[in-house]
Design a protein. Structure first.
Length: 464
């Protein structure tokens, strides 16, 4: 039974009779192109549907653990195991030094001929001040006599004056002292000869020493003289630039220019001031230190540094904390589920592993800054701590003990990684869009080509 005629009027897919449709070569080409395009796009869409990418959500951290485990495996390149210590500080203000629980140390020999030896004092001084660059104004300030507090100089720090020269020959005097007044012509003559370079004073290696002669008025600069414990006038001292402080020799000889020169030449001749010293290992071994520490889940710092032992005292300010990081991670046994993590997340579990951080001068130390983000992977039910890392070489004060610092900060949010599922109807909609869009575009292209061809033929009078 045929449907009513009014139903046929609702047909949205009416066909054109075959005798009114004309096949063409261009149409066949467009049809083939449409089929190929639909097939390729369908395969791509099906692949994307079957292998949906993970999606991430950022939420407030749901981890309620009060403690965090930090795992480390670090080699201190120039530090013996007897002197290496591990310490922890956190934002609560708690500090633990020389941690030994869950920490293991392994001695490692240096490779090469040099098995390490302590720096001599002359080596330390040469390396410490070899890169010292002073401006012309600073040199004038440090070379000037401290005769009056009302002259054009500041005279702020006597230690800086000593540190600016290999040797500093100083006459502490007082204006009211008659012996000081009698000594003035002799001292001025001696000062002029040495400071002008007329009389050179050489060290033990025959190298000209940087020696400065000056005087200090203990009436105007009473505080400086008290600090130097000057108890009589005139008091003549030869200060030597050194790794420590108060390195000087008192002059008790005749107050004559010749005697002063002989004393200076004798004292300077004992030192090796400019021998081309270079940085080297201090210890005959390295130390690989591995283990873990439990810390509060707040920002903090793990650090490695040198310390004295019962039978050996070090000059701690000149220790080298260069190191190799074999492993540094957060959380419980992160290696267990490491291979189960998506590839793009694995590197952020241990970005420091296998890296070397060195310094080549005194009073420098590598400082690591680590941002830690708690991450949950719902598909594999794994928790991981992801890290981002930056580092810099810190320049520290001369009396400060260098530390290899690992400063960490925990993010207050967590990242949740979920499987990015697609709905089946999204896939069906995309397939329909591909088919409809491809044939529509190809149909429009074929129509345009036919129209253009007809116009061209008409223009040259060949239209049938």
């Amino acid at each position: 039974m045929a449907p009513p005629r009014w139903v046929q009027h609702l047909d949205a897919f009416r066909t054109v009779p075959t005798d009114l449709a004309e096949a063409s070569a261009s149409g066949a080409v467009m049809t083939f192109a449409a089929v190929v395009t639909c097939s390729v796009l369908f395969i791509c869409e099906l692949s994307a549907f079957l292998s949906a990418k993970d999606r991430t959500d950022v939420l407030l951290d749901s981890n309620q653990d009060s403690m965090l485990k930090i795992n480390f495996d670090v080699t201190m390149l120039d530090m013996a195991c007897d002197h290496v210590t591990v310490g922890v500080w956190d934002a609560f203000g708690s500090e633990r030094m020389n941690i030994t629980r869950n920490v293991q140390k392994q001695r490692i020999d240096h490779k090469g001929k040099d098995k390490g030896h302590p720096y001599s004092e002359d080596e330390i001084v040469e390396l410490e001040y070899s890169g010292q660059n002073l401006t012309e104004d600073e040199l004038k300030e440090l070379d000037a006599d401290w005769s009056s507090s009302s002259d054009s100089f500041k005279h702020g720090d006597f230690d800086q004056v000593v540190e600016a020269h290999d040797f500093t020959f100083v006459n502490f005097y007082a204006d009211w002292c008659p012996h000081c007044r009698n000594f003035v012509p002799t001292w001025n003559q001696f000062e002029e000869k040495v400071n002008s370079g007329k009389d050179e004073i050489k060290d033990a290696d025959g190298v000209k020493a940087n020696i400065r002669v000056l005087k200090i008025n203990c009436v105007d600069f009473e505080e400086t003289c008290q600090k130097q414990k000057v108890q009589a006038f005139p008091q003549v001292r030869l200060y030597r630039r050194s790794a420590g402080k108060d390195q000087f020799s008192n002059y008790d000889g005749k107050r004559e220019a010749g005697a002063l020169m002989e004393f200076a030449a004798r004292e300077v001749g004992k030192r090796h001031m400019h021998t081309g010293a270079h940085y080297h290992e201090v210890f005959a071994e390295s130390c690989r230190i591995r283990g873990h520490v439990e810390v509060a889940r707040v920002p903090g710092t793990v650090h490695f540094q040198a310390a004295h032992t019962e039978d050996k005292t070090l000059n701690l300010a000149f220790t080298n904390v260069s190191h190799i990081i074999h492993h540094f991670t957060f959380g419980e046994n992160p290696s267990t589920g490491y291979m189960m993590l998506p590839r793009e997340y694995r590197h952020h579990v241990n970005p420091l592993d296998g890296r070397t951080f060195t310094v080549d001068k005194f009073h420098q130390a590598p400082h690591h800054y680590i941002k830690v983000v708690h991450t949950r992977f719902e598909k594999s039910n794994i928790r991981s701590y992801q890290q981002t890392h930056q580092w810099s070489v810190r320049t520290i004060q001369r009396k400060t003990i260098p530390q290899a610092k690992f400063s960490y900060d925990l993010s207050p949010v967590e990242v949740v990684v979920r499987k990015g599922d697609r709905r089946w109807y999204d896939f069906i909609t995309s397939v329909f869009a591909i088919i409809g869009g491809a044939f529509t575009v190809m149909s429009m292209t074929a129509g345009f080509m036919n129209f253009t061809s007809a116009k061209f033929k008409s223009s040259i009078g060949k239209h049938g």
